[in-house]
Design a protein around this ligand. Structure first.
Ligand code: GRF
Length: 295
């Protein structure tokens, strides 16, 4: 159920929990206030009491939930949720069309198989304001290029000289109107010019719990082999903003998975991939949605 709600509301697991707490607390507050109002009105007859209680609670419920959502940081979610409910009942303003707002264009940088790129493409395929607009790859023959071809997404195949000693492909990205960069298994370090151009608008996913098992040389199976060799009891994923140091920028989100005595680097890699696929698109959607509000 948790996962279904996560997908339906397009939020992370912890937010589903906070939203459910808000619903429960708002509902209890509303019931309590309803009873107080009835006591204050001093109505004895059940025939009037019960329908009146239902009417009071129905009217109070949205207000109580909104009130509780403020300290729990969910006011934005609940205003949208209640507006949607209102529209379904034919109340409130019609939504403004998204078609006249240019979608936020993501560039996905990948050097490998591209399973995360595929999840991102699937997630944003019908999104009204976010779109995967470009795949950037440094490796001819990489699996991600087949995905781009199948999905009919333009590709920018980059080469070392221009990337590290030229403009970092900033001009090409701007020409493609890229608003946000998602690194998904991209193995080159990013040049300062590119990091600067997309500061606060570039995220990476690392297959371990940073700050541990990060830095130069810590990628792919090397990470999982090191985690297993250290006999860790858990590993996980870290989604973080990108700065000029490998795996260093501010962490936005982490999720963990247990490591059993029989786990190998290969089985751990599978668990980590499952975590990445479940969370990366949702976290990016949250970060980008916040950015869109400040645009
Ligand atoms: C992922 O495990 C990611 O954490 C790391 O590179 C891997 C890419 O996998 N940065 P895929 O190409 O998306 O399957």
């Amino acid at each position: 159920m948790f996962q279904r709600l996560q997908q339906k509301w397009k939020v992370s697991a912890w937010r589903v929990l906070i939203i459910l707490i808000t619903f429960a607390t708002g509902g209890s507050l509303c019931g309590y206030l309803g009873r107080q109002i009835l006591a204050w009105l001093d109505i004895e007859q059940n025939l009037i009491r019960i329908p009146l209680y239902i009417i009071i609670v129905t009217l109070l419920w949205p207000l109580c939930v909104l009130l509780i959502s403020i300290p729990l940081g969910q006011f934005g979610f609940f205003t949208r949720y209640l507006a949607r409910m209102g529209r379904r009942m034919g109340i409130g303003p019609k939504p403004t069309s998204n078609t006249d707002v240019a979608p936020f264009r993501l560039a996905v940088f990948a050097s490998g198989a591209g399973s995360n790129a595929q999840q991102l493409i699937n997630h944003f395929r019908h999104h009204p304001t976010i779109k995967v607009g470009l795949i950037v790859c440094n490796k001819p023959g990489a699996g991600v290029l087949n995905i781009a071809q199948t999905e009919k997404i333009p590709v920018l195949l980059i080469e070392k000289e221009t990337f590290f000693r030229g403009n970092g492909y900033v001009d090409e990205l701007k020409a493609e109107q890229i608003d946000f960069i998602v690194l998904a298994g991209f193995l080159w370090k990013l040049p300062a010019v590119l990091v600067k151009a997309y500061s606060g608008r570039m995220v990476n996913i690392h297959p371990a719990l940073l700050p541990n098992y990060g830095g130069k040389g810590m990628y792919g199976m090397f990470v999982h082999a090191a985690v297993i060799a250290a006999k860790e009891k858990e590993s996980g994923i870290s989604i973080h903003f990108v700065d000029e140091v490998y795996d260093h920028g501010a962490v936005i989100f982490q999720a963990t998975c247990p490591i059993g005595p029989k786990d190998t680097a290969e089985s751990l890699a599978q668990k980590i991939h499952a975590l990445e696929h479940a969370h990366y698109p949702h976290v990016i959607e949250e970060v980008v949605t916040k950015l869109q509000k400040t645009r």
